[in-house]
Design a protein around this ligand. Sequence first.
Ligand code: SF4
Length: 172
Amino acid sequence: MLKILNKIRKIGVITEPTPSLATDHELDELGFKVKKQIDRHFAGSFAIRAVDSGSCNACELEIHALNNPLYDIERFGVHFVASPRHADALLVTGGVSKHMATALMRTWEATPAPKWLIAMGDCAIDGGEFGSSYANMGGVSKILQPDISISGCPPTPELVLKAIYQLLQSSN
Ligand code: SF4
């Protein structure tokens, strides 16, 4: 045990420092604006179901980041849920692969109205890196009309939070 403690003392902290977010303060400010809208119009809870309709997974990593201790989006009342039945909005990543088109449509139909569709990332907007091909239809708008689109490859967590705020503002 002593050996381990000595080793830890000698090596010190080797993890990377957290990125100096200009957003630290801005993020809180934006987050609490989101929370205010959610408290006022959604009884304190806005639920999102994420749907990967053919992404490379990097957009998902940014979605995961929203739930890490740095961003902790849940404190603002935004929750990612497992079922579209519990969702206020769908957050779609990736172009629509032909194999996922029906699943995406069904997920949308299973989401109770009023509902919103968020297209996250360049692929969801117009096919992005994947374009359109025999396997990929291109952007989400090929089958459903997004209420808001977030460009970027991938978009940062801040951009996603900003888009949620814009969506909440425009829908009230
Ligand atoms: S927008 Fe970029 S990061 Fe997101 S799924 Fe497409 S290629 Fe991947």
